[in-house]
Design a protein around this ligand. Structure first.
Ligand code: CTP
Ligand code: MG
Length: 239
């Protein structure tokens, strides 16, 4: 049998509004290198075959020169423009894939992804066809209404904080995204706030999605304090 091909879509097309910085957070300094360097490095040394990097439409040349060439990321085959929302950036990434059996979607703003987690994801997606990395929630999660009044409390045993990579067979994820984009274009489901890839599959099929443990270190650099935490992780070699 031919070796199955896995392609990663690494997302770096966001504006980083919650970081409140002039430089988009994916290019900010973390231990002497840009935030985006770290996840691309983990993919480079993993057994993933190819990486598609999704960036802001005016940042394609910058990324080729100052990220891909500079750090010699040989697995990056394409640097493409994202869209206005994360899910549109993912869809652009999916459309740019020439061939894949499995697709791993990763937030470029998660620099502490490790090769161990990536290899675990690859094994799991081959077995389950749909899996996402997360960690059991340490805090109790509550659901509120729009007035911030609690409406329910799920059993903490069953609550997870969700990270990336999120990995799927190509047909599941391409099918799910094509359907949701089509629905939205017809005005159906346009009120849903799509914040991860699993929920696209959840909304468009009954396909079971396996949760696999990542790491509490696999944070998303989102607000300024996350860079301080990230510096500590690097200094203590917790990555
Ligand atoms: N992302 C993307 N395209 C978008 C929005 C987000 O590729 N239109 C990427 C971000 O670059 C990031 C990941 O998706 O790697 C997770 O998104 P988030 O942490 O929300 O990043 P931003 O959208 O950039 O930040 P904010 O929501 O604070 O503006
Ligand atoms: Mg965002």
């Amino acid at each position: 049998m031919m070796k199955e091909k896995s392609v990663a879509i690494v997302l770096a097309a966001g504006s980083g509004s919650r970081m409140k910085s002039n430089t988009p957070k994916q290019y900010m300094d973390l231990g002497g290198k840009p935030v985006i360097y770290y996840s691309l490095y983990a993919f480079e040394i993993s057994s993933i075959d190819e990486v598609i990097l999704v960036v802001g439409e005016n940042e394609i040349d910058y990324n080729w020169e100052h990220i891909v060439k500079k750090y010699n990321f040989t697995k990056v085959s394409k640097v493409i423009a994202g869209g206005d929302e994360r899910y549109l950036s993912v869809f652009n990434g999916l459309k740019a894939i020439d061939y894949a059996d499995y697709v791993l979607i990763h937030d470029g703003a998660r620099p502490f992804i490790t090769i161990e987690i990536l290899e675990k994801v690859l094994l799991s997606v081959k077995e389950h066809k749909a899996c996402v990395v997360g960690m059991p929630s340490k805090d109790t999660i509550k659901i509120s209404d729009s007035n911030n009044v609690i409406t329910s409390t799920p059993d903490r045993k069953y609550t997870w904080i969700i990270q990336t990579p999120q990995a799927f067979s190509y047909s599941i994820i391409m099918g799910a995204y094509s359907k949701i984009i089509d629905d939205i274009s017809k005005g159906l489901g346009s009120n849903i706030n799509i914040t991860d890839d699993a929920m696209v599959v959840e909304h468009t099929s009954n396909y079971p999605i396996k949760l696999i443990e990542g790491s509490y270190l696999n944070i998303k650099v989102t607000t300024p304090e996350d860079l301080i935490i990230g510096d500590i992780f690097l200094k203590k070699s917790l990555h």
